[in-house]
Design a protein around this ligand. Structure first.
Ligand SMILES: [Zn+2]
Length: 336
């Protein structure tokens, strides 16, 4: 279980809602459609090592190493703590209700496959299933090939090797990258310097450098990659990668609600003003705290430096292009 938890936070995993009621597929259409490229299907209470609440947009407290690490002190004073629903059923119901409210038409939903299946049952036309597991627990390449063939996995990720102390350059990933390239499914890889060492002792800032993806991009030129969390805060490295490898996209998940809003907007604005606005996709990284999904959308909609066209690109158009949506608005699949 400890191993399991290692990739949770912000890779933050989900274990979804057993028997959750099916939500109407014809959601209200007051919002233009949105694609969330980074949702997690996790079990309520799926994160016992982390804080018992989350604090969007808050400064992070200093830690005195003479004291025992307590994740609840991470945000010493939080004006707006979010509590997680206490049951799987509530969790999936609340997430799907927010998806309805904002007209989220597709969500790349990753987690343990058993939990992803529950989201697929509740919202079959909106769930794009992904595999989110520790590298140590990845299925064999042959098993993964079969899962992809059956449509159980259509995105390889979120994969977050750094949290396990594994570099994106590690050879252990190679057969999976080759398979994703061969079968033409996207790789969704976590790159984010956020999860603190005390919570994830294997995590290293040096492993969360976007340039560590360069070798896989050279080895696998047809691999479709998106960099989750946009590599925050390594802006220059992220931009270098995006300029040299025009097939690469980013999502802005997690950083759009967990960071102070000004910092998120500074980072997003830099990417857009560098001319990369066609490569940025919305993501929420919502897992145990449904309200983070609303906050993440609001972080894009409130960005006064973005034109309406740029907002639509981020909230929908770029992901539609990346996923190669067909005329029914579903990711194109090809015979495998
Ligand atoms: Zn992540």
């Amino acid at each position: 279980m400890k191993r399991m938890l290692a990739f949770v936070w912000i890779a933050v995993v989900s274990f979804a809602g057993l028997g959750a009621p099916a939500v109407a597929q014809d959601a209200p259409k007051q919002h233009l459609p949105i694609i969330d490229m980074h949702l997690h299907a996790l079990r309520a209470k799926g994160w016992p090592v982390g804080p018992s609440f989350i604090c969007p947009g808050m400064d992070f407290a200093a830690f005195d190493p003479r004291t025992k690490w307590d994740p609840n002190h991470w945000w010493e004073t939080c004006p707006n703590p979010l509590a997680a629903p206490s049951t799987d059923e509530e969790l999936i119901r609340e997430i799907l209700a927010i998806m309805d409210r904002y007209n989220i038409v597709l969500a790349a939903t990753s987690g343990p496959l058993g939990h992803v299946r529950r989201y697929r049952q509740a919202a079959p036309h909106r769930t794009v299933p992904g595999l989110n597991t520790a590298v140590a627990n990845l299925p064999t390449p042959d098993s993964l090939r079969e899962l992809i063939r059956k449509g159980e996995v259509t995105i390889l990720g979120e994969i977050a090797p750094q949290i396990e102390g594994i570099s994106p350059e590690a050879e252990i990933l190679e057969p999976y990258l080759a398979l994703a390239e061969e079968l033409d499914i996207p790789l969704a890889i976590h790159v984010l310097s956020f999860q603190p060492y005390y919570l994830f002792p294997q995590n290293r800032a040096t492993l969360n450098n976007p340039l560590l993806l360069e070798r896989m991009l050279v080895r696998h030129p047809k691999l479709r990659v998106y960099v989750m969390h946009a590599g925050w805060p390594m802006l220059n490295e992220m931009m270098s990668l995006l300029f040299l490898y025009p097939q690469v996209y980013v999502d802005v998940a997690g950083i759009d609600w967990m960071l102070p809003r000004k910092e998120f907007h500074r980072y997003l604005r830099s990417l857009v003003e560098a001319g990369l606005g066609k490569r940025i996709m919305f993501g929420s990284d919502t897992s145990l705290w449904p309200e983070t999904l609303s906050i993440a959308i609001e972080a894009i909609e409130s960005a006064d430096f973005l034109s309406e066209t740029q907002k639509r690109d981020i909230l929908y158009n770029n992901a539609a292009r990346f996923l190669r949506l067909d005329k029914n608005g579903q990711p194109q699949s090809r015979p495998r």
